[in-house]
Design a protein around this ligand. Sequence first.
Ligand code: ATP
Ligand code: MG
Length: 191
Amino acid sequence: MIIWVTGTPGVGKTATGRELAKRLGIGFIDLPEYVSMNNLYKERLEDGTMVVESRRLAQHLSKHVKGDTVIAGHITVKVRGHETRCVVLRLNPLQLRERLEERGYSVEKVAENVEAEFLGVVYLDALRVFGKNRVSQIDVTGKEASDVVNRCVDVLEGRDAGDDVEWMSRLDEAAVSQLLRYLSTTKSRIL
Ligand SMILES: Nc1ncnc2c1ncn2[C@@H]1O[C@H](COP(=O)(O)OP(=O)(O)OP(=O)(O)O)[C@@H](O)[C@H]1O
Ligand SMILES: [Mg+2]
């Protein structure tokens, strides 16, 4: 079984995935590290982002992953020969903005990721790749890493149905307008 922990950059995939693997006593792969070590990218952009070839990545994983493994990464691919469950970590886009700004990401990159989180882009990707029955979401906003791991385990073991995260309805009106204002001013600054 592969347990794919995914989400927008900065939501806590690596931290959560590593702890989850430890808790379950199974292997762990941090995807950016794996892609870099095995040269599975087409090119490296100026800001360090690796452009990944999904097909090559899927083939490599199919060949090399043995046994139960947690994979943490913001892209998702189907790995042949393994059952997969996927958990999408969702973080309030306003908090994601703070976290990514603290990391020193460019204005453009922060806005791009905040928008992607707001719209649920990674969740949609996961649905497309794995299908609805294999994908669950967890709202990690304000949750400690250990709580997030507990919820992952409950979701995987079928005790917890996960969250139906849709920020437009989940956030209050003030937060949504703050977010929309931020996105429109940032985007008009970039364009
Ligand atoms: N539950 C949490 N509560 C508070 N901070 C957290 C939590 N999970 C992770 N963090 C912090 O958020 C930052 C991003 O976490 P992490 O590197 O695990 O994210 P990621 O999703 O793997 O990011 P990337 O897409 O860049 O690999 C780190 O500084 C981490 O310590
Ligand atoms: Mg990571």
